[in-house]
Ligand binder design. Structure first.
Ligand SMILES: *Cc1c(COP(=O)(O)O)cnc(C)c1O
Length: 392
């Protein structure tokens, strides 16, 4: 049968390889604890489910949505940006509903670059960026993040030739996989770099609300005049535990939004209206469910963080996301340590190299299991040789 070169030559998706190994362990009857999954385990808050059920019963909602997403959803996004970031958005021209942000990111790349154009992608970063550039027949250029300095983008390392024909720059904070967070000054620098090099800056804000204590994650659109150069992609998946619902949005620069809207109007007909309307209810809520959720994630993080540090592993304490990003002990690579944890402890984590070369020497723990299971992880890890050596 025919398979396109594009599909045949997709960069290998490391998670499917890990899934296969996990399956093998399970078949052996091992109680596998999977900290490799990058998705929340907690349920969608019930007030959102109730809104879905209510809206699903209204036959008006069984028709096609407006291509850009229904006005209720776009107004709710506008209201959210005003309340949360004091950013004004025109729901007609500066907001577009997405069928999850992953869809939006991949199509955004196709909407703004031509074949052979370059896209600057964070290394380490979410693997979908590289895939998306591949699917658009573009060229990925690694924007190296500074592991010694909070994984901030190192724009100064990009060469003239790397920047030639570059059209788009992608960033993501709070970050998957590193859990790094930033302040607005990083976005100020990003916008000025985008302006200087005629780039679109696209910020993936998937974890914008998954933050701890008093930390507030900024929006790139808070930078003055950001809309001239930037878009921000948002998602309800992580903040409201709605991964399966497939609902997100992109906001910011009109021209960029219009090109994505044109592309998408030929591909899909937006998301099911009851999902959009329930998502609007979520965005207009007092966000109390998020506060409660974040407290649960933070308790898991604190527990695992304290244990890893006491085993002598190095990691920064995160201010957000559902991840802990830790350095592997001396003598290991990302992959050799992942394999050790899998084979000797039945614990699955993700090798940092799944996210780019800068991830070598690191692993990502996902905090998507209960505290009880985290206790079990800690117990198993503390019995491994590397931690016994350090503890003795
Ligand atoms: C999970 C994730 C997404 C995808 O979210 P969806 O809206 O569910 O598609 C996008 N970006 C990052 C960094 C993520 O971790």
């Amino acid at each position: 049968m025919y398979v396109s070169d594009k599909v045949k030559n997709m960069p290998a998706y490391i998670f499917s390889e890990l899934d296969r190994k996990k399956q093998v362990l399970k078949e052996k009857g091992i109680d596998v604890i999977d900290l490799g999954i990058g998705a929340p385990d907690l349920p969608t808050p019930s007030y959102i489910n109730d809104a879905l059920v209510r809206e699903a019963k209204n036959p008006d909602n069984h028709r096609y949505s407006n291509y850009n997403g229904c006005i209720e959803f776009r107004l709710a996004v506008a209201n959210f940006y005003k309340e949360k970031y004091d950013v004004d958005l025109d729901p007609e021209t500066e907001i577009l509903a997405l069928i999850g942000s992953k869809e939006g990111i991949v199509h955004l790349i196709q909407a703004v670059i031509n074949e052979g154009d370059k896209v600057l992608i964070p290394n380490p970063g979410y693997p979908v960026y590289r895939m998306g550039v591949h699917l658009a027949a573009g060229e990925s250029v690694d924007l190296l993040l500074d592991k010694e300095n909070g994984y901030k983008p190192q724009f100064h390392l990009l060469t003239e030739s790397q920047l030639q024909h570059a059209k788009l720059l992608l960033l993501n904070y709070p970050s998957n996989p590193t859990a790094a967070t930033i302040e607005l000054d990083t976005f100020v620098q990003t916008i000025s770099f985008a302006k200087q090099h005629h780039l679109i800056a696209a910020h993936d804000s998937a974890y914008n609300l998954v933050t701890f204590d008093n930390y507030q994650s900024p929006s790139i659109l808070q930078v003055p005049n950001a809309k001239e150069y930037a878009v921000e992609i948002g998602s309800l998946s992580k903040s409201f535990n709605m991964t399966g619902w497939r609902i997100g949005y992109i906001v910011g620069n009109k021209t960029v939004i219009q090109s994505l809207a044109t592309l998408k109007s030929n591909l899909d007909s937006s998301q099911f209206l009851p999902i959009q309307k329930a998502a609007a209810v979520a965005l207009r809520s007092d966000l109390q469910s998020i506060v409660e959720n974040n407290a649960i994630i933070k308790a898991r993080m604190e527990k695992l963080y304290a244990a890893l540090v006491s085993m002598g592993m190095h990691c920064e304490k995160p201010r957000g996301t559902i991840f802990l990003w830790a350095k592997v002990p001396a003598g290991f690579t990302s992959l050799s340590f992942v394999n050790k944890l899998m084979d000797e402890a039945g614990v699955i984590v993700t090798p940092g190299t799944a996210f780019g070369t800068v991830g070598e020497g690191y692993i990502r723990f996902s905090l998507s299991v209960t505290e009880g299971r985290i206790d079990e992880v800690i117990k198993r890890l503390s019995q491994l040789e590397f931690s016994r050596e350090i503890l003795s």
